[in-house]
Design a protein. Sequence first.
Length: 239
Amino acid sequence: MRVLIIDTALGLCTAGVFEVEGDRVSALGLLSESMVRGHSERLAGMARDAVVEAGGGFQALDRIGVTVGPGSFTGLRVGLAFAQGLGAALGRPVVGLSSLDALAASVAPAPAPVTIALIDARRGQVYGRVWRNGQASQAPEAWTLERAQAIVADVDGLANDTASSGGKGLVLVGSGAPLIVQAAPRAMIHALDGPDPVALARLTAAAHPASHPPRPLYLRAPDATPPTRLPGQARVPRP
């Protein structure tokens, strides 16, 4: 299966074409840049260049995968709009990929007893999800830093259980991991700015379009607030 992956949810802007055959994933064309804004200007050109590098054109694609969050509101909208528009034009299915799931998949293939994906959500929060032996044990949530530290501390004891066999008891992955590391000094830390493109390609090939729609995953309200008055409307004097 030839897939195009689009990731604009976190600290990277990524477009890549991969061939996925069972467990083997081959990168055919890949561009990725650190970016927190400016996705709308760069994404289409990056996708075009990745497809050109891969050869065969856009018609050779079988499926498109796009990260749906949690993450940047603006970045998510850009990636989703581009992926859905391209999918409609090509008549190809588009699948939505959780940023947290993709981060956890980025530290595979051998799952740790506990993996926690953490994204820095600012304002004293992180987005998080917990996996036990490779299986998600809860829905993604927005946690305060205190709540995240308590969750991490509760499972940190597993590191001692696996230390004698050389295993990794607890893995923290994502931009929020350094914020929580003091709660789990034995944990292995992967402070990634975004998911591994290979992990995104695997998830894209494995996801069923019906159960992974390309809809944004928001875990809290946007920081922006609606205007209090319409354009041209007079200000209401304060008492």
